[in-house]
Design a protein around this ligand. Structure first.
Ligand SMILES: C[S@@+](CC[C@H](N)C(=O)[O-])C[C@H]1O[C@@H](n2cnc3c(N)ncnc32)[C@H](O)[C@@H]1O
Length: 248
């Protein structure tokens, strides 16, 4: 039996393997993108180059984000396989990633999601940002794969949303790559899920959005620093619920 409303520090693949089948109605997550393994000059520019999160040049606290591509793909596919095992027949995974050009080819992540039941792609359109790189237009979108089991249905009226979502990136968070709360609130409130897993929990955004919607969360995060950050954020939220949140 899973204890919900909890964040576990550890490797998500190892922790997921200890959890029973169908423990969660929904998975919402954004893995590390393997950005340091890049042929482009964006990440090599000390100011962050073409990337929105200049801080990512310094990497995550306990993870270098630089695996050989094939190893990274295999790791992510193993993670998705575990996530699929952990949701029931009416469950879904919202898997956030980034497309990019590598050595002249589009790396659209099909090698990761190939064979999984991708039902739809949502574009998350961020707003603005600073571009230090004269050779590229400013990148402003990411993709969210809706990977759904056959009986998954949206909450009533959620199908009125389009498939391009415009939300400002998060600026008030010291994690190098946080989700905006509004983005995850849109996902969770669009489902009837009662329990939500984020195996790459980072600063706890999925937990905050779950609590905002009166759902239960379960998070896994490798970095002890980010686990503390998430717990601190959750306890602040629990002391002042909804104070800083406005649905847009
Ligand atoms: C893109 S960030 C997630 C940010 C999160 N969505 C938020 O709003 O703060 C990816 C996270 O995965 C964590 N991570 C990297 N490898 C991991 C692993 N093997 N198991 C669990 N977490 C891991 C990193 O430390 C990082 O915090």
């Amino acid at each position: 039996m899973v204890e919900y409303n909890k964040i576990v520090q550890g490797d998500c693949l190892e922790v997921m393997k200890t959890l029973p089948n169908e423990s969660f109605d929904l998975v919402v997550t954004s893995p590390p993108y393997n950005l340091k393994n890049s042929t482009g000059n964006g990440m090599k520019d000390g100011r962050g180059g073409k990337w929105k999160n200049a801080e990512l040049v310094n990497g995550y606290a306990d993870y270098d984000d630089c695996m050989p591509h094939n190893e990274y793909v295999e790791w992510q596919r193993n993670c998705l396989t575990e996530m699929m095992r952990l949701i029931p027949n009416d469950g879904a995974i919202f898997y956030n990633h980034k497309w990019r050009v590598q050595a002249g080819f589009l790396q659209d992540r099909h090698d990761i999601i190939d064979g999984f039941p991708v039902r739809q792609i949502i574009i998350w359109q961020r707003k603005g940002g600073i571009n230090f790189n004269a050779g590229y237009f400013l990148p402003t979108y990411e993709v969210i794969y809706l990977i759904a089991k056959p009986d998954f249905k949206l909450a009533p009226k959620a199908n009125a949303h389009g498939d391009i979502w415009e939300f400002k990136q998060e600026t008030n968070n010291s994690h190098p790559a946080p989700f905006p709360v509004n983005l995850i609130d849109r996902i969770i409130s669009s489902t009837m899920a009662e329990t939500v897993l984020d195996p790459f929990m980072g600063s706890g955004t999925t937990a905050i959005a779950a609590l905002l919607n009166n759902r239960k969360y379960f998070g896994i995060e490798l970095s002890p620093d980010y686990v503390s950050m998430a717990k601190e954020r959750i306890s602040q939220f629990e002391n002042q619920p909804r104070l800083n949140f406005q649905r847009v």
